[in-house]
Design a binder for this molecule. Structure first.
Ligand code: SF4
Length: 338
């Protein structure tokens, strides 16, 4: 497959190719044998350009969080490649992977659950500096104070414990911890989903300011297209283990081509009350990834389903100007002219 939605002038920081993660289902206690697999991620390809934010969006269970964990190698893929700065992550020896972990950090959805309640904030932020042998003693304390101020907290917060902070402040601590080792790529896994709406905007603005200041690249994972609208440069939409649409943010919100993206966008309330839009209600629940539907995986819920959709899987093709879609209704750029 050629580079997915690559912008010629910009360099890739990350290339994900044909990534597959199937979790085996086993039965039997002594002679356990595999009786099936959860097809969490099934042939996903995308690039992340240096300095951009790629939004990865889909309903819960679509595989987006698994993609993030595969990039961090918290999970081993079933197959596929994840090339970060020329290195194929799944094939890296352990010591090289340890080195690379400095470059890729994660911000979790639940800022409280991800912070050790028995450690002071100073120790939480300073721990990665210690692990990666980047700073010790007074140097480490100085760096922690600087990072706290960078994320909008104060130096004296270093002596406090996570339970003494609000949800928004705790997410700032999570961001500070990720920033401590000067990463190049940050995987933000639903970083604002657990926060009040009023706090969400503050955290998103902080992430944008940090991106500008430190030249960071983000994979921003969310279940809602309205959350990624503000921060993303490009957006990929996932459904049941596959990316079904990927393009520039403006293009996606102005001209969604996949029926699933159209349905997700129709659910976002319009700020202007004079604009009337028709809500597309999807029938049924997301099918099980253990036994996904044949052909197009969305066919059991698609309002535009045709006979071919039930038997033939649509290819993920460039429909023009790097707008990638997997749907039989949307032809590839070249095919359109024939
Ligand atoms: Fe709907 Fe068919 Fe397109 Fe799938 S391929 S999204 S079922 S029209």
């Amino acid at each position: 497959m050629t580079a997915v939605n690559q912008v010629a002038q910009q360099e890739n920081l990350l290339e994900v190719r044909d990534l597959v993660k199937h979790f085996p289902i086993r039965q039997g206690i002594i002679f356990s044998k595999q009786v099936g697999a959860v097809q969490a991620v099934d042939g996903v390809s995308f690039d992340i350009l240096k300095g951009e934010t790629l939004g990865l969006v889909g309903e819960s269970g679509c595989g987006k969080t698994t993609v993030g964990r595969l990039i961090l190698r918290l999970l081993e893929p079933t197959s596929g490649n994840i090339i970060f700065d020329g290195k194929n992550i799944p094939q890296l020896p352990k010591d090289e992977m340890r080195e690379l972990r400095k470059e890729i950090q994660i911000i979790f959805q639940d800022p409280y659950g991800s912070l050790n309640p028995r450690m002071t904030v100073g120790d939480i932020i300073g721990e990665p500096l210690y692990i990666h042998k980047l700073a010790r003693g007074a140097e480490r304390e100085k760096r922690v104070r600087e990072i706290l101020e960078t994320v909008g907290l104060s130096a004296f917060h270093a002596r406090r414990f996570p339970h003494e902070f609000s949800g928004g402040q705790r997410q700032r601590i999570g961001i500070a911890r990720a920033l401590a080792v000067n990463p190049r790529l940050i995987i933000a896994d639903e970083p604002v989903s657990a926060l009040d709406v009023s706090i969400q905007a503050q955290v998103i603005n902080l992430l944008q300011d940090l991106q500008e200041e430190f030249g960071l690249t983000y994979l921003f994972i969310a279940h809602d297209l309205s959350v990624v609208k503000h921060i993303s440069d490009r957006v990929a939409v996932m459904y049941l283990g596959k990316i079904v649409e990927l393009t520039d943010k403006e293009e996606l919100y102005r001209n969604p081509k996949h029926p699933y993206t159209q349905a997700l966008l129709s659910a976002i309330p319009e700020a202007d009350p004079t604009i009337k839009k028709e809500r597309i209600i999807l029938k049924g629940d997301v099918p099980s990834p253990i036994n996904p539907p044949s052909g197009c995986r969305f066919h059991t819920r698609c309002p535009k389903v045709m006979d071919i959709c039930r038997v033939q899987e649509p290819e993920f093709v460039d429909t023009g100007d790097g707008h990638y879609v997997a749907c039989h209704l949307v032809p590839a750029a070249g095919a359109e002219k024939n």
